[in-house]
Design a protein around this ligand. Structure first.
Ligand SMILES: *Cc1c(COP(=O)(O)O)cnc(C)c1O
Length: 305
């Protein structure tokens, strides 16, 4: 199967019960991504609802402090709901609406994606259910409050480690059981094809703007484009229009946590093992042992991590 592969990564590893939903989504996306009316509506939402284009700010003091590169910050934090998340969510919510869906479900970790999805659902008059690990609901109580204010139902997920990966599993299960009226608004470049492609395309607006803005300001392309990597959506959005530019270095930074030689790290690209999880082939970090014992013991062969 070659659909939605990025090298050896990606793909579509899903149960039969999700196949129809995924095919329906792919067909709709392939249609609407080239539809001028869809793109005009999305641009209108980006510009007049989310507040795009976001500023490219020359960080003069930081530049002087560090004494090296001239540093510009792409201010995605100035978008409505406070992050780049809204780009993807507005795209997916509009797509879902065109597909005749009336209900959005989402997973969320820190709550930013949940807040963005609840916001788009309220805007478009859609029902919204957000799955969030119970641990995360405690850590991020303010975002739970915001989602509920926006009319979303927040369901604490108690399985596993009661965090983000468990919320994704629960959202996928929910989608399987109710595909007729529900769109699963996935929050990052992950999950089965076509999600990574859809999320990348909606986030690519970031690098499209940076390119135009930096050319206007500096008359040249940057030497380096840098982004943090969680699920990878702001990174691919920030990199996308620079991938073909051979003189631009792309650097992704991932969280080392307590160190890449421990189990308490989120540096999947540096420490992860190839595996299949949540519908895709990718790198996954080995789970740390209950009780936080950090032993340098890794399973060989990369099973389900
Ligand atoms: C969600 C989020 C991230 C991580 O998610 P990606 O999908 O990797 O972009 C990073 N920074 C902020 C501010 C976020 O809201």
């Amino acid at each position: 199967m070659s659909t939605g592969r990025f090298g050896i990564h990606g793909g579509q590893y899903i149960p039969e019960t999700l196949m129809n939903a995924v095919i329906e989504l792919e067909t709709a996306y392939n249609h609407y991504k080239n539809d001028p009316e869809f793109n005009a509506e999305l641009e209108e939402l980006f510009n007049n609802y989310a507040g795009r284009p976001s500023r490219l700010y020359y960080a003069e003091k930081m530049t002087k402090d560090l004494g090296g590169a001239k540093i510009y910050l792409k201010r995605e934090d100035l978008n409505h709901t406070g992050a780049h998340k809204i780009n993807n969510v507005l795209g997916q919510a509009l797509l879902a609406k065109k597909m005749g869906k009336t209900r959005l479900i989402a997973e969320t970790g820190a709550g930013q994606h949940g807040v963005a999805t609840a916001t788009a659902a309220a805007l478009m008059g859609m029902e919204c259910v957000v799955f969030m690990g119970e641990e995360d609901t405690k850590r991020q109580a303010l975002n739970v409050y915001k989602m509920r204010l926006l009319g979303a139902e927040v369901i604490p997920v108690k399985t596993g480690t009661a965090t983000l990966k468990d919320a994704v599993s629960q959202a996928m299960r929910e989608w399987t059981s109710r595909i007729a009226d529900t769109h699963y608004c996935l929050g990052s470049v992950m999950g089965p094809h076509p999600f990574p492609t859809i999320v990348r395309d909606f986030q690519a607006v970031i690098s499209k703007e940076i390119k135009a803005q930096i050319l206007e300001r500096e008359g040249r392309l940057p030497d380096v484009v840098m982004a943090c990597v969680g699920g990878g959506s702001n990174a691919i959005g920030t990199f996308y229009h620079f991938i073909e530019e051979k003189d631009v270095r792309l650097i992704g930074c991932e969280a080392a946590g307590r160190g890449i030689d421990t189990f308490e790290t989120a540096a999947t690209i540096n420490t992860g093992r190839l595996g299949i999880f949540h519908g895709m082939k990718s790198y996954f970090c080995p789970r740390h042992r209950p009780g936080g014992i950090r032993r340098h013991h890794r399973r060989r062969g990369g099973g389900r991590l």
